[in-house]
Design a protein. Structure first.
Length: 216
C-alpha cells in the first residue's frame, strides 16, 4: 500500500486514477483547489486544499507521501493549456524542497510527441485543430523540462492517440516513445485501463526518469 498525493482528481483521467488507487487499497490525498468539487467519500481518501502551480503548496501536499500523481491536463478549455508546463515546473520545485524525503512524481503526459510507425510524430498530422496542437506541444514542453531533471524521481505516462472513458479490461501494451497501434493502425486506450497502467507503474516501477506510453 502506498500513500499517494493526487492532483487533478476531479478530471476525466484523474477521477479514474482515484478510483483505481482506492480500489487497490492505497491511501489517497486528493489535492484540489476547491474541495467542494470532490464530494466522493471512500475509505482511504482525504481531500485537502492545494494548488499544483504553487511549489510551497506542492511541498505541503507531498510531505509524508510515497508518490505524487499529477493528472493535470489541458483538455478542459483554452485557459487550462497554460497550466501544463508550469505545473510540471512547480511540482519539481516543490519536491526539490523536500530533499531526500521527496516522494516520486508520476504525471500524465500527452500523445503528441510520440513517434508513429512512419517516423513522424502524432502532432505532425495534417488537419489537427489549433487548440489540440497547443495542448500537444504544451505536454511536449513539460516532458522536455522533466528530461532535464535528475534530482527528482519522475515518470511520465502518455496515453494512446485516443483516450476516452470505456471498459476496464486490465490489459494493455507498453512502449517508450513509440505510439502503440493495432493491426488496423488505430491507437486507443480507455481511461480506465490507463489508470490501471499508471497504478501498475506505481506498484512495480519500471520507468523512473523516462516517459512511457500505453495502448490496447
Amino acid at each position: 500500500m502506498s500513500k499517494i498525493a493526487l492532483f487533478g482528481a476531479t478530471g476525466t483521467i484523474g477521477s479514474r486514477v482515484l478510483d483505481e488507487a482506492l480500489d487497490r487499497g492505497h491511501e489517497v490525498r486528493a489535492v484540489v483547489r476547491n474541495p467542494a468539487k470532490l464530494t466522493k467519500g471512500a475509505p482511504g481518501l482525504t481531500v485537502v486544499t492545494g494548488d499544483v502551480l504553487d511549489p510551497e503548496s506542492v511541498a505541503e501536499a507531498a510531505k509524508g507521501q510515497d508518490v505524487v500523481i499529477s493528472a493535470v491536463g489541458g483538455g478542459d478549455g483554452p485557459g487550462h493549456i497554460a497550466t501544463i508546463k508550469p505545473s510540471a515546473e512547480a511540482l519539481v520545485a516543490g519536491l526539490r524542497t523536500l530533499g531526500a524525503a521527496a516522494p516520486r512524481l508520476v504525471f500524465v503526459g500527452g500523445a503528441g510527441s510520440l513517434r508513429k510507425p512512419d517516423g513522424t510524430q502524432v502532432w505532425d498530422a495534417e488537419g489537427l485543430p489549433e487548440f489540440l496542437l497547443q495542448i500537444m506541444h504544451a505536454h511536449g514542453d513539460a516532458l522536455d523540462f522533466c528530461r532535464t531533471v535528475s534530482d527528482v524521481k519522475w515518470t511520465c505516462l502518455s496515453p494512446a492517440a485516443t483516450i476516452a472513458p470505456g471498459e476496464r479490461t486490465g490489459t494493455y501494451r507498453t512502449a517508450t516513445d513509440d505510439l502503440i497501434v493495432d493491426a488496423s493502425g488505430n491507437s486507443r486506450i480507455s481511461t480506465e485501463d490507463f489508470a490501471v497502467a499508471l497504478l501498475d507503474e506505481i506498484e512495480q516501477p519500471q520507468h523512473i526518469g523516462e516517459r512511457f506510453t500505453v495502448g490496447d
